[in-house]
Design a protein around this ligand. Structure first.
Ligand SMILES: [Zn+2]
Length: 231
C-alpha cells in the first residue's frame, strides 16, 4: 500500500482512504501564546515564572502526544491490513525551508512527516512487515496511468488531469499510486473515489489515557477493489 503525505490531507492511501491533517499545533496555538504572554510578564526565575514555564512545557507535550498517538493508531490500522508500506523518501527539512508563507511552513512542521514516517515504519517493522522508501521525485506530477509527466501541475491543483492520456484523479491519490508503482507493485484496479478513514479511536488525551495501549479496533473494511492482502 502506498502512502502520500500532505498538508491538507495528512495521509492519502493508495486504496483511496485518507486521513485529514488534525493540525494539533495550530489548534493549541492560541493557548500556547497566552501562556507565553503570561510567562513574559513574570519575573525571570520567580515562582510564578516557573509555574508558567511548566504549563507551557505541558502544552507542548500535549501537542506531541496527540500527534504521536494518532500516528501510532494509523500505523496499527494499516499494518493490520497490509504487508507492505511504501513511503516517499522525503527531504522534509528542505520542504520546510522552501515553505512559502508562515502558515504553510507551520503546517508543514505541524504535520511532522518525518515523525509520522518513523511511527509507521516502527509499527510495520515490529510486525515483521516490509517498509519501502522510494524516490519522491516528481511523484505528484507523474501520471499513474501512462507514466508521463504533467508539467503544468501546480501546488494549488487538487485534481490531477493528465494532458497526455486524459487520466483524471485526485492529486494525492495519484501520488500514492505512483509510489506504489515505483516499489514494483501494480494495483489491479484504481480506487474510484476517496473516502475518509473512520475516526481513529482517540484524538483526545482523555480517551487515550483510558485505553492505555493501542486499541485494536477492526477497521470497517470497504467491500472494494482491493481483496488481495499483499498490497
Ligand atoms: Zn497519463
Amino acid at each position: 500500500m502506498g502512502v502520500d503525505l500532505g498538508i491538507t490531507r495528512l495521509a492519502t492511501l493508495s486504496d483511496g482512504r485518507y486521513l485529514e491533517n488534525p493540525k494539533p499545533l495550530e489548534h493549541s496555538l492560541e493557548r500556547i501564546r497566552t501562556i507565553q504572554r503570561t510567562l513574559s510578564r513574570k519575573r525571570f526565575l520567580s515562582k510564578n515564572w516557573f509555574k508558567a514555564k511548566t504549563r507551557l512545557a505541558k502544552q507542548h507535550e500535549h501537542v506531541r502526544d496527540l500527534r504521536r498517538d494518532l500516528f501510532f493508531k494509523l500505523g496499527a490500522l494499516l499494518s493490520q491490513e497490509y504487508d507492505l508500506l511504501v513511503l516517499e523518501d522525503l527531504n522534509t527539512q528542505g520542504l520546510i525551508q522552501k515553505g512559502v508563507t508562515r502558515t504553510r511552513r507551520m503546517r508543514l512542521y505541524d504535520s511532522s512527516f518525518s515523525e509520522l514516517r518513523r511511527c509507521l515504519e516502527w509499527v510495520f517493522l515490529k510486525r515483521g512487515k516490509t517498509v519501502l522508501a522510494v524516490s519522491a521525485y516528481n511523484t505528484s506530477r507523474e501520471c499513474f496511468l501512462c507514466g508521463r509527466i504533467n508539467q503544468n501541475l501546480t501546488l494549488e491543483d487538487r485534481v490531477f488531469l493528465c494532458p497526455h492520456c486524459g487520466f483524471t484523479i485526485d492529486r494525492d491519490l495519484n501520488a500514492s499510486l505512483v509510489l506504489l508503482k515505483r516499489s514494483g507493485w501494480v494495483p489491479s484496479a484504481v480506487p474510484v473515489e476517496l473516502r475518509p478513514l473512520p475516526p481513529l479511536p482517540s484524538l483526545g488525551l482523555k480517551k487515550r489515557r483510558q485505553g492505555g495501549a493501542l486499541k485494536q479496533e477492526a477497521p470497517p473494511f470497504m467491500a472494494g477493489w482491493l481483496t488481495q492482502k499483499a498490497l
